[in-house]
Design a protein around this ligand. Sequence first.
Ligand SMILES: Nc1ncnc2c1ncn2[C@@H]1O[C@H](COP(=O)(O)OP(=O)(O)OP(=O)(O)O)[C@@H](O)[C@H]1O
Ligand SMILES: [Mg+2]
Length: 210
Amino acid sequence: MGMSIKLLIEQLSDKLNDDQRELLNAADEEQQRLRSLVDDLLDLSKIEAGKMQMEFQDVAVNSLFQRAQKVMVSQAEEKGIRFEVNTPSEKIIVKADPSKIIWVLTNLIGNALRYTDSGGTIRLNAGIYSRIVYLSVEDTGAGIPPEHQAKIFDKFVQVKNERSTGGTGLGLAICREIVRAHGGTIWVDSEPGKGSKFTFTIPSAYLNKE
Ligand SMILES: Nc1ncnc2c1ncn2[C@@H]1O[C@H](COP(=O)(O)OP(=O)(O)OP(=O)(O)O)[C@@H](O)[C@H]1O
Ligand SMILES: [Mg+2]
């Protein structure tokens, strides 16, 4: 459907008046939104049913961070938000499906961008304690009231406020399923008005001092 709307907009470009063009653009945006909703729901039900194909490999945390940063850095620049990546001094290798973990990171960063005002900072951190690797995405944004902190990982849960437009409340539910499929957990530490820090764990493959 997306393709046919785009073709319509292109092929009729000199015949459309402004109202018609606006309508078609709105239809295009709506179909993109619906498609991403359907994709998210399918992903979620596949992981919940244990049917999502996981491709585990040994991968460096630095490379996961770099790839997530590459995807998100321009959005941060556009919003005037500092983006810091604190790569650990030792080389941390995890056993993970890289594209799934990058999905989790970009989703957490996307949320952080939405709930942080310009002038704020988003930080990626990594650490390892007794073979468990901790990855976190921290922001200096709006924060989350304590009574909502446990619930936001459930499907369709959004904290009602002026920014919670657009999304569907599936992002964190998918993050949690992906992290679970890696044998890890995910949680949030947050203080309203100060910011939020989302942390998740994945098992290390081995530890290599550089
Ligand atoms: N970094 C954050 N700062 C403040 N609130 C957050 C942050 N991340 C998530 N939240 C809260 O948790 C809710 C759930 O997040 P989730 O990513 O699951 O859904 P969404 O971003 O609203 O929609 P979707 O991810 O489906 O587009 C958000 O609606 C928001 O209220
Ligand atoms: Mg989200």
